[in-house]
Structures are given as structure tokens and as C-alpha cells.
Design a protein around this ligand. Structure first.
Ligand code: 8YV
Length: 326
């Protein structure tokens, strides 16, 4: 890397304090308009740059990576999920990749609980009714939802975020079950009072709520396909704050429409910002616009992580949040 300030291309507008610090430390090329860039625009913007800072809205696929100039040595992602970056292609070009784990764990877990409660207590549906002016007043049998305490939550993916969800829902009186590639250490399992299911299909068939908290990889693409969704009980709810591609969205919409699944709370979608049209007309699904990490504190902390990753890479240390291809 050169001795002058590293040239850093940022694809989207980041929080004010983050951009200001980037200007102080780097020769930062910011995107003041915040309009997502096309691949050609990214290539033009990284001419002579050393670092690219993308977000989930940028498709950093092998085609784009192959076109990056040799000066680009680091892709410092603003976000923890790196499914939009072709790690193999980056590796082949010896371009390091970093992400921002840890700092958005609590925010994303909070959003999971928000959606779990909103879906089971019909909050969005109620809000729509009140705004429509058609609410006729309280009645003993009106807009009845489901209690969450005493219910079973099955967490798919018991990493940082999954565990943070487990800690929260324990406070609501839920019992925690989980499926994960690897079983947790028994001390962690005991602390969370969590029950491990090696077999995902079996877990799904026994749960009242299911929360997706795993990354999107080749292995988890459409993990909840039509067949698996059909294993859920008719009173079950599905919550997804991870990645839309993990659920077969069309199948979910069909099962929700036929009341074969009670409800869903979704923060992420297969083809963001497009949403499966069939979902839009359903009252038993709460739809959020990818807000998992959307807190002032979270977004600033993510930016700070990006800066630390760039700084340590430029100083020839191995950045703490380096992502390796598995
Ligand atoms: C981020 C996310 O806001 O970090 C992630 O993986 O899904 C979001 O919470 C987004 O990725 C920013 O790039």
C-alpha cells in the first residue's frame, strides 16, 4: 500500500460522523447522492483506489471483481453479511475482504423480537385498521392474536445474533430450541437453556415460532423451501431478519394465504427491494424494509469498524474482521 493516504471508494452515503472521519484519515470518495451505483459506475469510481467499501445493495460478483484495478487490495464491507461478495473471486485476485460483526448483534436481535411480537399480536394489521378509520371499537373477540410466553422458538443459526435472540426471548418466557451446523459448547447451551436439534426437519415440526438467524450461503439458499415450510404446524410463525434468499418466498406466501402457517415477520426478501406481490395483500405477515441494524448507534459503530479494518490493513496488520472463504 502507498505511503500517501489510502484512496477509499464508498458506494453509499454513510452516517455523517463516519464520512467525516473517513475524510480525515483517507482520501475518501463518497457518494453524496446515495443512489446505488451500477457495476460500471463502481469500476469508474475505484480507478486508482486502494479500498472499496460496499454495502448489501452492491453486487460484488466475480465479473465486477475481475474488473477491479490492481490497486484495489481490500473490500471493506459495511455490514456483517457478505453473501453479495464473491469471496472466491476476491481470494483469486488476492483482495482481502472484511465485514462488521458484533456491533449490529443487539439491534438485529431486537428487530427479530419486534417482528415476533408484531406478527403474533397483529400489530401492523391493527395499525392499518386504525388509520383506515374503520375501527369500530373494542370487543372481547376482536383481533385476537397469540401469546408468546410458554411457546417454543426454534432458532436456525445460533451464532452471535441467534444467541442474542435466545437471551431476549427467555425473558418473555419462551423456551429456546436451535439448529446449527455445530452444536454449541454445553456451558453456552446450559446458560441459554437451549435444546439442540441436529435434524432441522424434526425441529421445524415441533416449533410454535421459527427465527432465521444464519448467513446466506450456498448451503442455506432456500433452506426453508416449500417442503420444509410444509413441516411447520398451522399455528406456527416464521421470522426472518437474516437474508431473504434463505426462504422460498413464493412458497411462504402461498402457505400464509392458505393459513397453513399462522403468520410471518419479514425484514429481508429474496429480491430486495422487490417483494413477492402475493405477500403484499396478506394480513398475516408483517413486512419491514431491512431495518435489522438501522439504529443511529449501530450504523455509526458499523462505520467505525470499517475504518478500523481499513486502518489495520493499511498498517499491514491482519484486520480483525477479515472474512475467509470457507
Ligand atoms: C446491514 C445487514 O444494514 O449487516 C448486514 O448483514 O443485513 C444489515 O443489517 C447491511 O448489510 C448494510 O450493508
Amino acid at each position: 500500500m502507498p505511503q500517501r493516504k489510502p484512496v477509499v471508494t464508498v458506494t453509499r452515503t454513510l452516517p455523517d460522523v463516519v464520512e467525516t472521519r473517513m475524510m480525515e484519515l483517507f482520501e475518501a470518495r463518497l457518494n453524496a447522492s446515495d443512489v446505488p451505483m451500477t457495476s460500471d459506475e463502481i469500476i469508474a469510481a475505484v480507478e486508482g483506489a486502494n479500498v472499496l467499501v460496499p454495502t448489501v445493495t452492491d453486487k460484488i460478483d466475480s465479473g465486477l471483481i475481475d474488473r477491479l484495478p490492481d490497486s484495489v487490495k481490500l473490500i471493506a464491507n459495511f455490514g456483517v453479511g457478505v453473501n453479495h461478495i464473491d469471496l472466491e473471486a476476491a481470494n483469486a485476485r488476492k483482495i482481502a475482504v472484511t465485514n462488521t460483526p458484533g456491533v449490529l448483534t443487539d439491534d438485529t436481535a431486537d428487530m427479530t423480537v419486534c417482528l415476533l411480537l408484531a406478527a403474533s399480536r397483529r400489530l401492523a394489521e391493527g395499525d392499518r385498521l386504525v388509520r383506515s378509520g374503520k375501527w369500530e371499537g373494542w370487543s372481547p373477540t376482536f383481533m385476537i392474536g397469540h401469546r408468546i410466553s410458554g411457546k417454543r422458538l426454534g432458532v436456525i443459526g445460533m451464532g452471535r445474533i441467534g444467541q442474542a435472540v435466545a437471551r431476549r426471548v427467555k425473558g418473555f418466557g419462551m423456551t429456546v430450541h436451535y439448529h446449527n451446523r455445530r452444536r454449541l459448547h454445553e456451558d453456552v447451551e446450559t446458560k441459554l437453556e437451549a435444546t439442540y436439534w441436529e435434524n432441522l426437519d424434526q425441529m421445524l415440526a415441533h416449533m410454535d415460532f421459527v427465527s432465521i438467524n444464519c448467513p446466506h450461503t450456498k448451503e442455506t439458499h432456500h433452506l426453508l423451501n416449500e417442503e420444509r415450510l410444509n413441516l411447520l404446524k398451522p399455528h406456527a410463525f416464521v421470522i426472518n431478519t437474516a437474508r431473504g434468499e434463505i426462504i422460498e418466498e413464493g412458497a411462504l406466501a402461498r402457505l400464509l394465504a392458505e393459513n397453513k402457517i399462522a403468520g410471518a415477520g419479514l425484514d429481508v426478501y429474496e429480491r430486495e427491494p422487490e417483494i413477492e406481490p402475493a405477500l403484499l395483500g396478506l394480513d398475516n405477515v408483517v413486512l419491514a424494509p431491512h431495518l435489522g441494524s438501522a439504529t443511529h448507534e449501530g450504523r455509526v459503530a458499523m462505520g467505525e469498524k470499517v475504518i478500523v479494518n481499513i486502518r489495520s490493513f493499511v498498517d499491514q496488520h491482519n484486520p480483525r474482521d477479515r472474512v475467509y472463504q470457507i
